[in-house]
Design a protein around this ligand. Structure first.
Ligand code: 13P
Length: 273
């Protein structure tokens, strides 16, 4: 059993402020993450669009005050610029996210890589900037269908990961990094990788980490993302190298997201039997 598992919800460009408020009303009324599996640590993080981050904070703070218990849900942003401030029209900085209470940032999501031409270099710069500022980066990586069919998955995964590992190998906070394997062909298609396939690539990527001196002694969590649903969450968490899930579409429905959290914890608890 893993000490902590991670269930992250990437809302992408969905959820207005009003919708966010309704979402949390439902989600927090049933969210009892720690109660069913008290021995299983579960880190639940939502990634709303920037404009819904303040309402996310309000909802979680109100819940915390009412419940008088530590609320287990954190929140983060879907991207960030690496500079602290300046003439970067349309961008958002780490100090801005910090002030809103964000503790996590997604980086290198395939939609950012493919629709907005993000490069390994700029992604690595962002990862370093996050580590510098105490915000935890989630590095997304994964191959396209064409790359998979031409047997280039390992080459692509190695390239995407190595770029970040080289940039961070001496960073004192590198242990705070999290990786998320998201095969592009599985995102939003309803065609998830099989748990076996996802495990194979996460195991391979963990091996790439171990080849890097700075990461040899560290345990960095790997998440899987791509058409995660209540039906496959448990089986994915039964895999040795999968410590969590990065959920897109299904995280927009509070009940489905809650069920995924439950199933993931069940898988983790069962994996120790
Ligand atoms: P779906 O779960 O909708 O396939 O999206 C996955 C994803 O991109 C999460 O970052």
């Amino acid at each position: 059993m893993k000490d902590t598992i991670y269930v992250f919800g990437n809302w992408k460009m969905n959820m207005t402020e009003k919708e966010t408020s309704a979402y949390f009303e439902r989600f927090l009324s049933s969210c009892c993450v720690a109660k069913r599996y008290p021995d299983c640590g579960c880190s639940v993080v939502v990634f709303p669009p920037y404009t819904s981050i303040p309402e996310t904070r309000n909802c979680l703070e109100r819940h915390y005050q009412r419940q008088r218990v530590q609320c287990l849900v954190e929140y983060g942003a879907q991207d960030v610029h690496y500079a602290q401030q300046g003439a970067y029209t349309g961008e958002i900085s780490l100090p801005m996210l910090h002030e809103l209470g964000c503790t996590w940032v997604l980086l290198g999501h395939s939609e950012r890589r493919h629709l907005f031409d993000e490069t390994d270099e700029s992604i690595s710069q962002k990862v370093c900037a996050c580590l510098d500022s105490g915000i935890r980066p989630v590095l997304c990586f994964g191959e396209t269908l064409d790359q998979r069919e031409t047997k280039k998955t390992q080459e692509i995964v190695t390239r995407q990961i190595t770029s970040v590992l080289s940039a961070t190998e001496n960073h004192p906070e590198r242990k705070r990094l999290v990786f998320a394997y998201e095969p592009v062909w599985a995102i939003g298609t309803g065609r998830a990788a099989t748990p076996g396939d996802a495990e194979e690539i996460c195991g391979f990527a963990a091996g790439v980490l171990k080849q890097n001196v700075g990461y040899r002694e560290l345990t960095i969590p790997f998440l899987y993302g791509g058409s995660v649903s209540p039906a496959n969450a448990k089986e994915l968490l039964l895999q040795e190298h999968i410590s969590g899930l990065l959920v897109g579409g299904a995280s927009l429905k509070p009940d489905a997201f809650l069920e995924i959290i439950d199933r993931a914890m069940e898988g983790n608890v069962e994996s120790s039997r």
